[in-house]
Design a protein around this ligand. Structure first.
Ligand SMILES: [Zn+2]
Length: 402
């Protein structure tokens, strides 16, 4: 439940872009010119050192706890918006706290479900997803932040999460203040970490002094605390007046410039885990259009939809008495949208996290991105072949293009 020590983030030159745009395997390894477009989960961690001098972002991990709602109301009364990195298993115990936090203007963020070491977790994707399911309705403006428990993070985990379609998240968000409890010669603290204070049985005042010294020394930053500890709530009620007295201002973590930039760099696609509509390739006269809440797209004109369509859609079309027209690659717009379903994938297809695409049997369903189509054409000797314009490719064909 507690960070053991400051985790030194590893820099990585790994290009995450290929995975974060999903099916764009054809371009991977050949072009990294757009690698800066998508931040998503990144290898290096995010810090608050770009905050204005005298500004701190209070962050609370592992909750909600028994006094989280009380803390939420206190901070609101003080005019402070903070960031709460929610541990899903804690939220299950205090379900009302999330609504309170959101109502009070705080940012709810993701801190995994069971608090594992992410770099050795057997299922980091489920850890993020389960908590996402709990908090997403409270996260406004799409500001999805993740903080790895213990700050245990590397590029490999980032890559796994991006490739699973979780690219609406940025992170991991680290901290600048509150990571270490360090004693001075006289026994007082030159810096503090709340969980360590309480395990060493420091008083609230002693721990506060450690936080204040580190905050004065750095002058700004993201402050780490844990709202599951009652003593931490007591400490915050002394810390806030002290910080105000010394002229400090408060920000939410999503106002830290490094995080603002990371959120802005996400492509449109990353906000919903799919390729952006502008990047999708459709025949002349057709426009890529989202038809489902979860990001499914179809190439639509005013009256028609461009297939090919899944076998399940064709079967449903036949059942409705559509006859041979069901085998055509262009359907009426209304029929196609209706039979497509309202999920991320057309009916009959399931989302393949590895491919980040909708798959039915050996078929992968588009529409595909302009880049994919370009690489598809480049891989074919016969450039006049319509295969690259099709919305249905074979899985094996993808590998061949690659
Ligand atoms: Zn934690």
């Amino acid at each position: 439940m507690i960070p053991l020590k400051k985790f030194v983030p590893r820099k990585s030159s790994l290009v995450l872009w290929c995975l974060s745009v999903g099916l764009l395997v054809a371009a991977c390894g050949k072009s990294s010119s757009t690698s800066s477009q998508v931040q998503d989960f990144s290898g290096p961690q995010l810090y608050g050192n770009g905050l204005a001098d005298g500004t701190v972002a209070l962050t609370f991990d592992d909750g909600p706890g028994p006094r989280t709602a009380e803390l939420s109301r206190y901070l609101k009364a003080q005019g402070i918006r903070a960031t709460f990195f929610i541990q899903g298993s804690s939220a299950a115990r205090y379900p009302d706290a999330l609504e309170q936090l959101a109502a009070d203007g705080h940012l709810l963020a993701n801190h995994s479900y069971t608090h594992p070491h992410m770099t050795s977790s057997a299922d980091p994707v489920t850890e993020v997803r389960r908590t996402d399911d709990l908090i997403k309705k409270y996260v406004s403006d799409g500001h999805f932040l993740f903080r790895a428990p213990y700050g245990d993070w590397n590029a490999r985990v980032a890559q796994i999460l991006n490739s699973a379609g979780l690219t609406k998240y940025v992170g991991s968000v680290f901290w600048d203040i509150g990571g270490d409890r360090v004693t001075r010669g006289d026994g007082s603290l030159s810096s503090a970490a709340d969980w360590a204070c309480w395990s060493y049985q420091d008083s609230v005042e002693q721990c506060l002094e450690g936080y204040m010294r580190e905050t004065r020394e750095l002058g700004k930053g993201i402050v780490l605390m844990h709202d599951i500890h009652s003593s931490t709530v007591d400490m915050v009620k002394l810390m806030v007046p002290q910080l105000k007295k010394e002229g400090f201002k408060f920000a939410r973590a999503d106002e830290a410039p490094s995080i603002v930039a990371a959120l802005a760099r996400r492509s449109d696609s990353s906000k919903d885990g799919m390729i952006s509509l502008e990047q999708l390739s459709c025949p002349v006269g057709f426009v890529a259009t989202r038809v489902g809440q979860d990001g499914a797209a179809l190439c639509l004109s005013e009256t028609e939809a461009q297939g090919p369509f899944t076998q399940a859609m064709q079967d449903a079309c036949m059942e409705k008495g559509g006859g041979d027209a069901c085998k055509n690659s262009r359907w009426s717009r209304g029929l196609a949208v209706w039979l497509h379903g309202q999920g991320r994938c057309p009916i009959g297809a399931t989302f393949d996290a590895d491919l980040a695409a909708c798959v039915e049997g050996n078929n992968v369903f588009g529409p595909f991105s302009k880049e994919q189509v370009k690489h598809c054409k480049a891989s074919l000797a016969d450039t006049s072949s319509p295969v690259c314009e099709s919305n249905r490719w074979g899985k094996g064909f993808l590998a061949q293009v690659n």
